[in-house]
Design a protein. Structure first.
Ligand code: HEC
Ligand code: HEC
Length: 157
C-alpha cells in the first residue's frame, strides 16, 4: 500500500513545480478578508467558483444549522459574504466551471465534495481508505492533500 505515500510525495513535489506551470488554471483564491475570516475558521474558505449561486444562497440561508454547526452571522456580515460568494460563483461567468459538469439546473448541491466532477476526479486518484487517514479526517480537508488549496491550486499533476 505504498500508493498513498506516493500520492503525497507527488503532491508535495509538484505543488512547487506545478504552481508556475499551471498559473492560469487555478481557482481564484478568496480575496475578501471578511469571507476569509468568517468562512475560513472551521475549514478552509472554499473558492466560490466551486458552487453555483443557488447553492451559496441556500448555504447562506441556513447558517444557524450549517452541517450541524452554528455558523450564523449578523445581518450586515451575512449580506457582505452572500454578495461575494454569489458574485464569484461557478455560474457567475468568471470561471464557468468543470465543477458544474453533470449538475442539473434543478439541483442545488450543498457540498463541493458531492459534485459529480469532484467525485470523479477523486475516485480516479484517491484510494477509498485514504479518506479515513488521520491526516485527512474529512474530504473537506482539501489542504491535507492539496498544499496550495487556499491559493486555488489543485492541479498537482
Ligand atoms: C462553526 C464552524 C463553521 C463555520 C464558521 C463555517 N463552516 Fe462551513 N462547514 C462546517 C462543517 C462542520 C462542515 C462539514 C465538514 C465535513 O463534512 O467535514 C462544513 C461544510 C461546508 C461546506 C461543504 C463542504 C463540502 O464540499 O463537503 C461548504 C460549501 C461550507 N461549509 C461553506 C461555508 C461558508 C460559505 C461559510 C461562511 C459563511 C462557512 N462554511 C462557515 C463548519 C463551519
Ligand atoms: C485525500 C487527499 C485529497 C483530499 C482531502 C482532497 N483532494 Fe482533491 N485531489 C486529490 C488527488 C490525488 C487528485 C488527483 C490528482 C491531481 O489532479 O492533482 C485531486 C484532484 C482534485 C481536483 C482536480 C484537479 C485538476 O486536475 O484539475 C480538484 C479541483 C480538487 N482535487 C479539489 C479538491 C477540493 C476542493 C478538496 C476539498 C473540498 C479536495 N480536492 C480534497 C486528493 C485529495
Amino acid at each position: 500500500m505504498g500508493s498513498y505515500k506516493k500520492i503525497f510525495m507527488a503532491l508535495t513535489l509538484t505543488s512547487l513545480i506545478g504552481t508556475a506551470a499551471h498559473a492560469d488554471e487555478r481557482y481564484r483564491p478568496v480575496q475578501d478578508e471578511v469571507v476569509k475570516k468568517e468562512c475560513g475558521s472551521c475549514h478552509m474558505a472554499f473558492q466560490p467558483q466551486m458552487l453555483p449561486k443557488r447553492s451559496w444562497q441556500k448555504i447562506m440561508d441556513g447558517l444557524e444549522n450549517h452541517f450541524g454547526e452554528d455558523a450564523s452571522l449578523d445581518e450586515a456580515t451575512l449580506q457582505h459574504v452572500r454578495a461575494y460568494l454569489t458574485d464569484n460563483a461557478a455560474d457567475s461567468g468568471w470561471f464557468g466551471g468543470k465543477m458544474m459538469r453533470g449538475v442539473r439546473d434543478n439541483e442545488t448541491p450543498m457540498r463541493i465534495t458531492e459534485l459529480p466532477y469532484w467525485v470523479r476526479e477523486h475516485k480516479k486518484e484517491v484510494p477509498v481508505w485514504a479518506w479515513s487517514d488521520p491526516k485527512v479526517k474529512s474530504k473537506t480537508n482539501c489542504q491535507a492533500c492539496h498544499r496550495d488549496a487556499e491559493r486555488g491550486y489543485y492541479d498537482d499533476d
